[in-house]
Ligand binder design. Sequence first.
Ligand code: ZN
Length: 492
Amino acid sequence: MKKRNFKIMTFTTLIVVILFIFNYYNNNWKLIEKVSAKQIIWQDESKYDGIYVDTLRDQFNEKRSLIIAATPVTKNKIINENLKNTSKIFIDEFYKEAKQQENGYQEYLKKNLKTATFTTDYVQHFDVSFISKKYIAFVFDQYNNTWGTGNEKTFSKIFYKDSGKEIFLSDFFSSDNYLNILSKLSAKELYKKYPKNTKFIEDGTIPKKDNFDSVVFTKKGLLISFDKYQVWPGSDGIVEILIPYKSISKNLSSEMRELFIDSNKDSYNKKSSLSEIKPVIVKDTKKIKTKSVDCSVAHCVALTFDDGPSIYTDWLLDILKEKNVKATFFVLGKSAKIQRDTIRRIAKEWHEIWSHSWDHKNFKKLTSKQAKIQLTNTDAIISELIGHNTPFFRPPYGSYTHEMLTNSKTPYILWNIDPEDWKEKNRTILVNRMSLASQGDIILAHDIHKTTIAAIPEVIDKLKAKGFTLVTISELFSPEKLKNHKVYYNKK
Ligand code: ZN
């Protein structure tokens, strides 16, 4: 080796080592407390200058109980104390709930009952909704899942950066009747979304503090969230509306008017652009349920639901929960995108979610490029919501080309019992058609039809009475045995 080359190499190596050490110290999080064997609290940098993140993580009861709670830390001690107390309420509630759940679980074990929903998952995320010279606002997203049911709460906290004093919703307005103003404006917005929901909207927007406990101060306006069922009876989950500051400028206190309307050029100290609040995904609970039924021994029948999720899906999920039955959902990407909470609930209650294309086009009439887009977009939204891809596909109308199947990366799953529930609206007829299933059959139903859902409790009862075990598609087939480029109905 030439001397000059050797020098260059030594120099390069040295630089790489320095960069590595620098990077290591810069990025490495700092463990600040190890409270118990599993519970740890660590501090990390955030994407905002001068704001750190304290994260608590604890997992126990053989992984049935899990908490991840992120709390912001600023340079102001008073703000930090306030934020810490906010997290403490959430964390304390988790430990209380986890203890209760575990007692319930032990009871079930004694009675030899089988259940899969004994998990307590609590996750708290936050983001900075804005920073200005004088103010800082945080938005918190608290998610919990107990007894198989998920709940989400979003709220924000705004502070004076210097004094650390918190500013409350009432401080935003010049007069005491701010709840009346919010009530009127949000009802108006909600009627635009749901024109027929008079009763729900009236009740959900009565001017009282409880109805407006989830308000986020964003740069554009007040983002108000209404709980599930507060203003809408269906399964839309949390409903959000934005009240622009401009529309309430007359009612704002002079200070707030100055902040949000007059001077929008306040300096931002962010490192990157303010991101949207990401959906909370509890990856640990998204594993596919392990196979618990051996269908070579048991008499298995699979209930599958296509074309959802819809406003009836939550009702169906309640029925399945009550009957302790797991089903398979072949969902449309476009519906999953809108009904995110329903998709999360399906996954959290251990049903299976597979792809049924983006918007139910007949694949025989699509170009291969169009077909590919249908599949990748659906996969993307499902994996965003539940943390994994979908290994099975059911083509709409059971329609596909030979070419499509040859190039497919997943097996196709069709059905053998079709009650034609899109056409038949008589509940009894549907019950009879679906109950005719025999060993290994796949029943096709649609969770977009009210009559179908109404028929399900009796279908389940009848099939159980005949000695059938109702299973998911992965339980019916071993996914690892299924081959791509193949179509499966049953008994094969
Ligand atoms: Zn369909």
